[in-house]
Design a protein around this ligand. Structure first.
Ligand code: NDP
Length: 452
């Protein structure tokens, strides 16, 4: 029988090896630490996981593809970007996970996102493996024609690695409905197949699911509501700080308002807006979704209630709830201390790994309900899996049906994480609960399928 401390030592060795074998990938190291540091209790309790090198296989992607993406701008100049697809684990189903277009993208970032995705997708219970991809292409300031040419070039390589039964990408930072449209068009042209299930996040008129654009933000608010319910509270009348102003942030703000809470901030990489009256969603959608502008334009048009703070972080604005919805490591230990000083009750991650490890520990020690992204933002990929189901059946569900399913799935994920944390002696610790529950599902499938 292995003790917990022997298991911890073995995991520490493995973490050192991961750092050694994957140099210069700090985000991947961070994600691996975050998961492996919580697995000792389950590995000690279930020694069958140790023997077949299960954790060692889990931290090594099944396949990693890196490719050149050449494209021409509107002046005819040639640019060369780098494309990635990391197919991390397919024990539970086809690889599934978004594509990110952002200048900060590199292999380590894509691996961290793919690794997180494996556990997140397992938590949904919907039979999807984990993967992630993207490029260091920056769509900001590019014309529609340039974005189209880039997407076409990207898909000209990617198409040979994906398919409805193999690997099903979706959107992420910098990849929304416009990009998915161009990518799908090029896939269809190259393969001569109308294969709806190869990408999710498609337009509602050509194979997309209703509520997919809303799903990540809505799901995160539902998860936050479930955490509050556990403590005898609800969202009614609560004030929230939300970072970001993209897909996840916008639909987080929308759902908060629908459930009686009030989001008073949004941000982008230029700074943040605080709006005492609460964010005016129609105006924000106009500025960000229609005009693809910056948040200072929102503050200019909104009038006296709103102010733009260049370069600042939303976490300095006092609120009951914090929902980071922009990017990784955007909420650090100082921010967490500020949130706690201002009486925050819950932090729920819409973005992937937005809270640094030190900040997570500080929040948990202070008794703040903390919802990790792999549980709290799983609503997006869950509705992507529902989109695949609709595509397969050649049907489309009503918005009401999709939203009911999303609500059920988010409540199930919350219950699973909560019960698993209890079962392994960490009551109220959703990080441990999410990691172990996701791990058990993937590990059981890997065990059954042999050493591959
Ligand atoms: P969008 O591209 O729609 O929006 C991203 C937002 O975050 C923008 O406001 C952007 O500002 C800001 N942002 C991005 N990078 C940075 C940075 N380095 N510094 C400061 N601000 C930044 O992306 P999404 O809303 O889709 O994604 C947001 C987060 O949610 C990501 O972590 C993503 O992985 C995660 N997520 C998304 C899902 C989805 O369904 N879309 C599903 C699950 C998780 P700017 O325009 O100035 O760059």
């Amino acid at each position: 029988m292995t003790t917990r401390s022997e298991t911890r030592t073995a995991l520490d060795h493995l973490l050192t090896e991961i750092e050694h074998r994957n140099p210069a990938q700090p985000e991947f190291h961070q994600a691996a630490h975050e998961v492996l540091e919580t697995l000792a209790p389950v590995l000690a309790a279930r020694p069958e996981y140790a023997e077949p090198g299960l954790v060692e296989r889990l931290v090594e992607p099944e396949r990693q593809v890196i490719f050149r993406v050449p494209w021409q701008d509107d002046q005819g100049r040639v640019h060369v970007n780098r494309g990635f697809r990391v197919e991390f684990n397919s024990a539970l189903g086809p690889y599934k996970g978004g594509l990110r277009f952002h200048p900060s993208v590199n292999l380590g970032v894509i691996k961290f996102l793919g690794f997180e995705q494996v556990f997140k997708n397992a938590l949904t219970g919907l039979g999807i493996g984990g993967g992630k991809g993207g490029s260091d292409f920056d769509p900001h300031g590019r014309s529609d024609a340039e974005v189209m040419r880039f997407c076409q070039s990207f898909m000209t390589e990617l198409y040979r690695h994906i398919g409805e039964h193999t690997d099903v990408p979706a959107g992420d930072i910098g990849v929304g409905g416009r990009e998915i449209g161009y990518l799908f068009g090029q896939y269809r042209r190259i393969t001569n197949r109308w294969e709806a299930g190869v990408l999710t996040g498609k337009g509602a008129g050509w194979g997309g699911s209703l509520i997919r654009p809303e799903a990540t933000g809505y799901g995160n608010v539902l998860f936050a509501a479930a955490m509050l319910r556990e403590r005898g509270e609800d969202l009614e009348g609560q004030t929230a700080v939300v970072s970001g102003s993209g897909n996840v942030a916008i639909y987080t703000i929308e759902k908060l308002a629908a459930l009686g809470a009030n989001a008073v901030t949004c941000s982008d990489s230029s700074g943040y807006v605080v709006d005492e009256k609460g964010i005016d969603l129609d105006l924000l959608k106009q500025v960000k979704e229609v005009e693809r502008g910056r948040v200072d334009t929102y503050a200019e048009r909104r009038g006296a209630s709103a102010r733009f703070v260049p370069g600042g972080r939303v976490w300095e604005v006092p609120a009951d709830l914090a929902l980071p919805s922009a990017t990784q490591n955007e909420l650090d230990e100082n921010d967490a201390a500020t949130l706690v000083r201002n009486g925050v009750k819950a932090v729920s991650e819409g973005a992937n790994m937005p809270t640094t490890p030190e900040a997570v520990h500080l929040l948990q020690r202070a008794g703040v309900a903390f919802g990790p992204g792999k549980a709290a933002n799983a609503g997006g990929v869950a509705v992507s899996a529902l989109e695949m189901a609709q595509n397969h059946a050649r049907t489309s569900w009503t918005a009401q049906r999709v939203e009911e399913e999303l609500t059920r799935i988010m409540n199930d994920i919350h219950t699973t994480c909560h019960e698993t944390a209890d079962r392994y002696g960490a009551p109220g610790d959703y990080v441990t609960g999410a990691n172990i529950a996701g791990f058990e599902r993937v590990a059981d499938a890997m065990l059954a399928q042999g050493v591959i």
